[in-house]
Design a protein around this ligand. Structure first.
Ligand SMILES: [Zn+2]
Length: 309
């Protein structure tokens, strides 16, 4: 009698497990189907938007008024601050190419090291000049710092005070009204990139920058968005306030600028220049005092109290 009952219980359990398994499989297929359709719609929307942005057809011109490939306030004298030769085209290509072609906009670049990590500083200096020229920056507007305090080395922390001093001197001497640089995560989390953000933020906190000088930081994005090229378009429109978007043709100028950095063109860089979103799209955020205060509250190392220039 007990054996019959046990066998009946086992059968009931098996039926229950089979039913749960088939429900799980059917739900998973449904979910995958939904994900597939969502991605398909997303890709189509991105391609359509991209086509609208760079078309000259009359019926698209009305739509073009709704979506613009450049959304960034006017500035007369802009300073881009980077850490290494090649940062300019790896990350800021769309920004540079657009702003250097703007009327009445003088564009300067301040590179804080000569990229001597692999003892190729001299070569990389020349590559920076070639790349900047390809992107439309005048040779006289390129400033390269070669200081022992600021070596190209991810293992050495750059002193925020030293970086801030250099930025402030350049801003004041060139009468800059817009600074563009990395955000807190420095796109690739490179400590030399992040140091520039903290230096600029310190200047903002200490209220040392000229009143009309705005600060913009390049958005660091997650790794999926980073490598989907122009398909990041919709996310950029939905999540950003300032952006520069390049057509495929203009993107080729950034790609050729990147190729000027011959010493850096390892095999994975070739993949980068075709798949990275930063070769076609830049989104920037204006940071102000309250933003910086909020971010700095999250950081234990608030440097402003001991900051003396
Ligand atoms: Zn770098």
């Amino acid at each position: 009698m007990i054996n019959i009952l046990n066998s009946s219980n086992t059968q009931t359990n098996l039926i229950y497990l089979r039913s749960a398994y088939s429900t799980f499989v059917s739900n998973s297929i449904d979910t995958l189907e939904h994900i597939f359709y969502f991605l398909l719609v997303y890709l189509i929307v991105c391609l359509t938007l991209y086509k609208i942005l760079f078309t000259t057809r009359p019926y698209h011109l009305i739509l073009k008024k709704l979506v613009k490939h450049v959304k960034f306030p006017k500035h007369n004298r802009i300073l881009l601050v980077i850490s290494h030769p090649d940062d300019e085209c790896m990350f800021f290509g769309p920004t540079i190419l657009t702003l250097t072609s703007r009327e009445n906009c003088e564009f300067y670049i301040l590179c804080l090291s000569n990229g001597n990590f692999e003892k190729q500083g001299k070569k990389r200096r020349n590559e920076l000049w070639e790349s900047c020229t390809a992107l439309g920056i005048s040779e006289s507007n390129i400033i390269l710092i070669n200081a022992t305090l600021l070596p190209d080395d991810p293992n050495i922390e750059w002193k925020v005070e030293a970086v801030a001093k250099l930025i402030l001197n350049t801003v004041e001497s060139l009468d800059i009204d817009g600074i563009i640089t990395f955000d807190r995560d420095g796109i690739s989390q490179h400590p030399n990139h992040c140091a520039i953000y903290y230096a600029t933020a310190s200047l903002c906190l200490a209220n040392l920058l000229p009143k009309d000088c705005k600060i913009y930081t390049l958005d660091s994005i997650n790794v999926i968005r980073k490598y989907i090229s122009v398909f990041d378009l919709l996310c950029t429109f939905l999540l950003s306030t300032n952006w520069f978007i390049l057509s495929w043709q203009s993107g080729s100028i950034v790609r050729s600028a990147m190729k000027k950095h011959k010493s850096q063109m390892k095999w994975f860089r070739w993949l980068y220049i075709y798949f990275s979103r930063y070769m076609y799209i830049n989104s920037l955020r204006e940071i102000n005092l309250s933003d910086v205060e909020l971010e700095m509250q999250l950081q234990d190392s608030l440097l402003i109290n001991s900051f003396k220039l």
